[in-house]
Structures are given as C-alpha cells and as structure tokens.
Design a protein around this ligand. Sequence first.
Ligand code: GLU
Length: 527
Amino acid sequence: MLLNFMMFFFCKYTGFDWVINAYRGEAIIFAKKRMKTRVRFAPSPTGPLHIGGLRTALFNYLFARKEEGIFILRVEDTDQSRYVTGSENYIQETLEWCGMIPDEGPKSGGNYGPYRQSERKAIYKEYIEKLIERGGAYYAFDSNEELAESRATIEKDKQTFKYSAKNRMSFKNSLSLTEEETKLALKGDYVIRLKVESGNMVSVHDEIRGTVRVNTDELDDKILMKSDGMPTYHFANVVDDYLMKISCVIRGEEWLPSLPLHKLIYTAFGWETPKFMHLPLILKPSGKGKLSKRDGDKDGFPVFPLSWGEDTPGFREMGFMPEAMINYLALLGWNDGTKNELFTLEELESKFSVSGIQKGGARFDYEKARWVNHQKITQANTDDLIQMDTVKKMLSDFPKKNHLSLFNLVKERLFSLNDLRGELSFIQSPYAYDEKVLEKLKDKGPISVLNKIKEEVEKDNEQLKESLMAWAKENSVPIGTLMQCFRLALVGKLTGPDLFEICNLLGKELSLKRIDDLIKYINLKLT
Ligand code: GLU
C-alpha cells in the first residue's frame, strides 16, 4: 500500500503519467477479480427435473467451484398453476445424490434469502412500485375479453398481435387514462407491464453465443406483475438475480430469446447486467429437436436422474452411479480440449472452462452414458460398491462372505449396477444348456473331457487350470473344447466371467454336481 502511494507521487512529479494509468488499470482488474462469483440454478418445481435441468445445475456448480464462488439454488415457484408437489424435494434430493450441495438455497440458507420465490412477494411488490415510479412500467386494465377482441381483429389481417409502444395508447392503461380514471381503475383488476420504448436496439452479450441484438419494435410490453399480484417469471427472475448479486446467469438455450427483455428490465431499473451463458440444447438421440420424455419412453432409457412415481425410473434406478451421471452430463456440451472423456467431479471442478462449452446442440446417447457408467463401476472400489443399498439388495440371496468375490467376479461385465442380478443368476442355477454348443461338442469327446475335469476338481487341485491345460496338451484335446465343456457345465452358455473363479465361488460340491448334470444330459441325448 505504502509502496503504491510512493510510486504514485514519484510518477506524478516525474512525468511518468502512463505508469499511473497502468496502475489504475491494474487496480480495476484487481477489483474485478475480487468480485465474488455467484451463480444460481433456478428451477421451477413443475415436475421431475429433466437431465437437461441437471446439466444446467452441474455447469453452474462447476463454474462456481472453479471460480471459488457460490452456488445458489433458487426455487422459482411463482406460477402456482404449474406447481407440482414433491418437485422441490426431488430437485434437492437429486443435487444431493450428485454431490452438488448448494452453498445457499431453501435448505442451506444464506444471506440473500428467502430462496423460494413464493416467499418473496413483498420484495417484488416493492420493486415493481419502484419501477413504476421510474417510469419503466405501467398499470394496464384491459380485460381478457377486450384483449382477445383486439387480437382477433389484428390476426384477421394476418398480423401478429402485440401490446406495445405502437398501440398502447389505444388500450386502457395508466398511460392512456387520466389520473382520476387510473385511480378508479386501480380498484379493480390490473396487470403491470414493462414500458418498452420503440425503435431502440437492445444488444446483450452471451459468453457462449456472442452478441444478441433485437430492435425493441419486435418486442411487446411484457406483463411483469399478474392480476393475482404474483410476478411473472421474467420480472421475478431479474429482480432476484440482481438482489442475490448473481454475477453470471447460466441457463438453458431456451431462455436466449428472453435475454433482450431481461436486459430491458435491468436497464429500466438502472442496474448493470450480470454475465450470461446459455447452454446448448440436449438433442434427441436421432433426428431433430430437444430430448423429451417421450424419446425415453419409446427407446427405454430414462430422462430423469431419479424415479418419478413407480412407472418412471430415473438413472439411479436404472443402475447408474452418480459419478457416471455427472461425468456423462458434463460431456453433453463441454470438453476439456482433449479427447479425454472420463472425469471425476473433482477433476471437472478444476478443469471446467467456459471456452470448452460448445454452441451447437449436444446429442444424447444412452449407450455412451452406459459406457461411462461401466467405466465408473470398474474404477470404483468394490468394498464401497457392495455397501450401496441397491447392490446389497441384489446380493442378499448370497452369503455375505461371498459378496465381495461375487461382485468382483462380474464387475468388468457391468454397464449398469442392475446388470449384477442377471450376471450372477447362473450362480444360483445355470442357464439352460446352449444346444448349439452341445451340437458342436458332440463329436469332440465331451464325456471324457468332463470326466477329467471332474477328477481334477474332486482332488481339490490348487493348480486346476495348469493341470487341465497340460492334460489337454498331452492328449491333443483342443483348449477350446476343454474350456467350452467346463463353461457349459458351470454356466450353461459360453459367456460369463472367469471360469476358474466361478468354480472357486461355486465350491467343490456345486461344481461337481454341475459337471455331473452335464454328463448325464449328454448321455441322455446321445442315446
Ligand atoms: N425457472 C426457469 C426454469 O425453470 C429458470 C430460467 C433461468 O435460469 O433463468 O427454466
């Protein structure tokens, strides 16, 4: 500090003014740097959270962590007609499942609450009054019938109806009526509209999409406050972003068309806008358009992170690990500039950057999501996996002491945790013998091979594999035939995990029984 002061005077009186300016520049940069990053995820509780919404939450969260900022959850529940009970809990539970705990929010608390818009009515009232006072908004008293009539007349001429600067004086509002008339009209129903001046160019910068420009003639005087005294999304959203000191708004691309309107609201208040980032859409697996629940229903994949009712399972119920959900969602519209596709949440927190976000839509690919899940399952510690409730349930038919080995036996084969049950089913009873394989083995002396296997298993041979291999070599029995006979006996078909591990897990008695069963079956078939 002292040094800065001395430098200032030294430069001032020695003519080094440029140094002073450079210092000032640096001070500004320094001040900007210190501005805390505050981002928010602002879902409307209108049903389960679509994975597109969760991706928005994730990018907000990652941005906050990367910038050492604050991640806020704000529940936008002003539209009572679309409110669905249980959605807010669903959102909270989803974020917790993914390990993205909001720093501020309805559950976490914070200094900028309440974080539910329905609890902020008094704030919106205060701010709408301020806006009217500033001349940025006005009362409108037109009834629905009157508006419908005007709309019909305009649309008859194939024009679009808009309540705007061009025609607002022909409607009933506080701009067209006298003060007396307005006072009287305020006793009845009214809405409050934004006063959009005509002929201005609004331009707003989006960090991903570049600059969006719109002439105000294309906009209408949007309703900010409804007749029930509730704010519309646009108004509440802007007021809250301002009051919650949001530094960057990160949300889905579907909100990009609203951006000029939001900028006008900020301007009407005389507020500076935050930064904006509109994330690319998540597209259907094939064809045009946004990924919808219908796509999932049609092709049998989830579009929600958690189940919603009994008929709609989420990724969690479909056997996805939260780590995989997060990792896959991060890939929907972002990359780290390399071909790397596997990241932990911590890695994402440090690698996330806005420059890695793509402009174009991101295509949803369920197989890819399953592949990511497969990678996460394989990388996870089996001790932890067998502690998961879903896994415990699937292993409950087996003795606890075998859980670890059983999971390890099939771990590499799982693309979903739910695959576990199917992959282990042969442990309880083998599959029906694959007849095609039997047909092929028929002329290759399967009985003598099986008898040899039986003999070695009976001996408790610790070197079972080596002994069988050596025997096959000596007797010119192809290794393939040996292994196929053994696998068919233990599993019933030719796929499955390591044969010798299976044998170990089944134990001597059960393995011998299965070999005997196959011998009997072949004998029966051959005679
Ligand atoms: N409530 C809006 C939604 O559910 C939020 C849009 C925004 O983030 O501004 O999509």
